[in-house]
Design a protein around this ligand. Structure first.
Ligand SMILES: Cc1cc2nc3c(=O)[nH]c(=O)nc-3n(C[C@H](O)[C@H](O)[C@H](O)COP(=O)(O)OP(=O)(O)OC[C@H]3O[C@@H](n4cnc5c(N)ncnc54)[C@H](O)[C@@H]3O)c2cc1C
Length: 305
């Protein structure tokens, strides 16, 4: 196509923090919303499916890969700017491809409070909005004032309230689960100034808590399961005796450090090994506690069934 490179047969394991999965039949990284629109039209003309990928930190990609077009929203859409408002607060404008941690660090540099939790989340800003990513009591929804997205016909900008944020969900997640198009292009956030020392101390504290409790040196997609109402997934998994459990020596394992994480030790597991372990954990936890865990991790491509 004219200006956008559409690559063929691109291995996707490097685009997922789980470090497994097969190739994309087609793969493109747009620079603008207009390019997103052109790519969707191209896929429609070819009669193939599209999947929008951010940083792949919440996705498990099938070993068969994805038999369509992966549109990756990455650094080409990584705009970041700030503007002080009359009331002293600061408006930050981000492209969806900007790393969410970079947004968090930028807020810290500007002594803005409320986004400290973002510094430890390895997704993109678009992925954070889609999932309403959160940690340690903070959520993406807390500071979002506007989101712009491509809805299949045009670029729309809606308010934070209209994003219908909930626990690890948003309007965009709902639209996507209904098979509708909603490609997040960027957001605006408004944050208040705070004490730089306090903000930096909180960021350091959250980072230390993460490093001490999570297997950050092993491939994973973070928490594999959503937090069930009234429970903690990791506790239920531990209670079922599955902390550190592996079905085989594929590399897929319930982390011995944090039972809520399924990890890919050594990067040797295939997606089929990971999903087999996920399904096993769901069944065992259900047998032990009566609680059916729901995946937070999103599946990309064909997993059968
Ligand atoms: C070590 C580790 C720690 C983590 N800790 C946390 C945590 O503390 N809290 C938390 O909430 N999450 C956590 N996560 C999970 C993950 O980082 C978040 O869910 C993050 O928001 C996903 O962003 P992403 O860009 O990687 O999205 P992806 O994994 O690429 O995609 C996730 C979903 O979002 C959709 N999507 C992504 N970008 C867009 C876009 N621009 N437009 C439309 N749809 C889009 C995709 O289609 C997919 O359905 C962790 C992951 C890891 C690996």
């Amino acid at each position: 196509m004219a200006d956008i490179d559409i690559l063929e047969n691109v291995p996707l394991a490097g685009y997922s923090t789980f470090r497994c999965g097969g190739p994309a039949r087609y793969f493109a990284e747009p620079s603008t919303g207009d390019e997103v629109a052109v790519l969707f039209k191209w896929a429609e003309d070819k009669g193939i499916e599209v999947f929008v990928l951010g940083n792949g930190s919440n996705c498990l990609i099938s070993d068969e890969g994805f038999d369509g077009l992966i549109i990756r929203i990455g650094k080409k859409m990584g705009e970041l700017k700030s503007e002080e408002l009359e009331d002293g607060r600061v408006r930050i404008t981000c492209g969806a491809g900007l790393p969410f941690a970079r947004f968090g660090n930028y807020c810290t540099e500007l002594s803005l409070t409320g986004a400290e939790f973002a510094c430890g989340i390895p997704g993109s800003c678009g992925g954070a909005v889609f999932m309403n990513a959160g940690a340690y009591g903070g959520e993406t929804k807390d500071f979002i004032t506007k989101v712009s997205f491509w809805d299949g016909e045009g670029i729309r900008t809606i308010s934070g309230e209209e994003c219908a944020f909930g626990y690890r969900t948003s309007l965009f997640e709902k639209l996507s689960s209904e098979g509708k198009i909603a490609v997040i292009l960027g957001f605006e956030a408004v944050l208040s100034k705070g004490s730089k020392d306090e903000i930096t101390a909180l960021v350091d504290d959250l980072r230390a808590r993460r490093t001490n409790s999570q297997p950050l040196d092993v491939p994973s997609a973070g928490s594999t399961f959503k937090r069930p109402e009234g429970h903690f997934a990791a506790r239920l998994i531990e209670d079922a005796g599955l902390k550190g459990f592996a079905l085989d020596d594929s590399g897929a394992q319930v982390s011995p450090k944090h039972a809520g994480f399924i990890v890919n030790n050594g990067g040797t597991a295939r997606a089929s090994d990971v999903i087999r372990l996920i399904d096993y954990v769901v069944e065992k936890v259900f047998e032990n506690s009566g609680v059916r865990l729901e995946k937070e991790v999103r599946l990309v491509g064909n997993f059968g069934g």
